[in-house]
Design a protein around this ligand. Structure first.
Ligand code: GDP
Ligand code: MN
Length: 393
């Protein structure tokens, strides 16, 4: 789960990292908070969306006066924005951050994350900070290792400051302090990623002009501040994704016409590949996992039955831990609540498969077809969608 810039900055500020002054606008009423003379140097009006690349997409605007900032924020709030990071879809601007404009002398890329190769956390820095980092200089990142016992070494930060970042001598100690603090906040907050791009050198020292935090969801139970933000953001998810989160099943919509329900992430991906290789596009990744109960599977079916964009549903269950009869029972119950209106092809194999077939035949779900051969099942579901005059794209 990613945090909004304003949430990330509030966590950083709380732990003593300089982020600059700002006010958050969540409603039209809040616009009144942008008072005349609030910031003397100018106003940076920043769309709050869970994606970067806002600067290039018109989501970050710098203006001189409060009335201009108010007008811009009013336009942004509730409108849609598409950046190169929003996967071809426009996302709604839920809030606008009004930041005090700072004088930037130098911009850097700065992040703390886990290096799987090294098996330890690292600070990543580059002298190509700001909006150009991905394009221009992805290869020029310098890694500064963070020792799990002793933390990040001052001399390693100093070397990076001199050799990679060309930081002017009077500011090197300030950079070291910033780096040490950021590394500590990353570890204590148990984040997956803490990214500050750009990290700005201003006449008053280093400042996080932008901030992105990716939370480690498995640690949320002992991170109350992060948990609060994560719960707030969950409410903003589309209804079906929210339902999946509440149920504890992994669900990622991807836009095709064949809804999939599978047990196990690897099997789910193999299933999606197989559908694609037969010329159709899966509508989603949906993994109910090995140990799901009836309610979870029923809820997962309800998600698929509620999705009006689907032309067919494909169920692929390899009953190792999962029982096929539980899947069948969950489907029958979900169908009672929301009628199954599209063809459903199921490949059921393993634990209690005979009971599963019996449950389905008793329920007289005429549009359900059961196979034990995966390839045949996939061919059949793809034909059904194809027969609809539907290219699946
Ligand atoms: P992103 O494009 O979504 O990553 O949004 P950022 O918050 O990084 O803003 C984009 C760019 O706007 C930054 O790289 C800066 O160059 C510029 N910018 C943002 N805030 C300020 C500021 O306070 N002063 C100045 N001079 N530039 C800013
Ligand atoms: Mn940025």
């Amino acid at each position: 789960m990613n945090l909004f810039e304003y949430q990330a900055k509030s966590l950083l500020k709380q732990h003593g990292l300089p982020v600059g002054r700002s006010v958050l606008i969540k409603t039209k009423k809040d616009l009144a908070l942008i008072k005349e003379g609030l910031f003397r140097s100018g106003y940076v009006v920043k769309a709050q969306v869970l994606a970067g690349g806002r600067g290039k997409a018109g989501g970050v605007k710098i203006v001189k006066r409060a009335d201009e900032a108010r007008a811009l924020a009013g336009q942004m709030l509730g409108s849609n924005i598409e950046t190169y990071q929003t996967a071809g879809a426009a996302v709604k601007i839920e809030a606008v951050l009004i930041a005090e404009k700072v004088a930037i002398e130098q911009e850097f890329y700065f992040a703390v994350t886990l290096s799987r190769k090294r098996g330890q956390a690292v600070i990543l820095v580059s002298s190509a900070g700001g909006t150009e980092v991905e394009a221009a200089n992805a290869g020029a990142l310098r890694e500064i290792p963070i020792d799990p016992w002793t933390g990040v070494r001052n001399h390693a930060l100093r070397e990076a400051a001199v050799e990679t970042l060309n930081i002017p001598a009077p500011w090197i100690n300030n950079f070291i302090e910033f780096g040490r603090k950021a590394a500590r906040i990353y570890a204590e907050g148990e984040f997956s990623l803490l990214e500050i791009n750009p990290l700005a050198l201003t006449p008053k020292g280093f400042l996080a002009v932008d901030a992105k935090i990716n939370l480690e969801e498995n640690a949320l139970f002992r991170q109350p501040d992060s948990l609060k933000f994560s719960e707030e953001n969950q409410k903003l998810l589309p209804a079906l994704e929210r339902k999946a989160k509440d149920l504890g099943v992994s669900y990622i919509p991807i836009g095709g016409r064949i809804g999939c329900l599978v047990n196990g992430a690897g099997l789910a991906m193999a299933t999606m590949d197989l559908i694609a290789s037969h010329g159709q596009k899966p509508a989603n990744f949906l993994d109910v996992g090995g140990g799901a109960n009836v309610d979870q599977v029923k809820g997962a079916f309800e998600i698929l039955l509620a999705d009006k964009r689907l032309s067919a549903i494909f169920v692929n269950i390899f009953g190792g831990i999962m029982r096929c009869d539980l899947i069948a029972q969950a489907l029958v119950e979900a169908d009672k609540k929301t009628n199954l209106k599209v063809p459903l092809v199921a490949r059921l194999l393993g634990n209690n498969v005979d009971q599963a077939r019996e449950i389905l035949s008793k329920a007289r779900l005429t549009q359900v077809e059961v196979h034990d051969d995966l390839e045949k099942a996939v061919v059949s579901v793809c034909q059904k969608v194809h027969g609809n005059g539907d290219s699946g794209r």
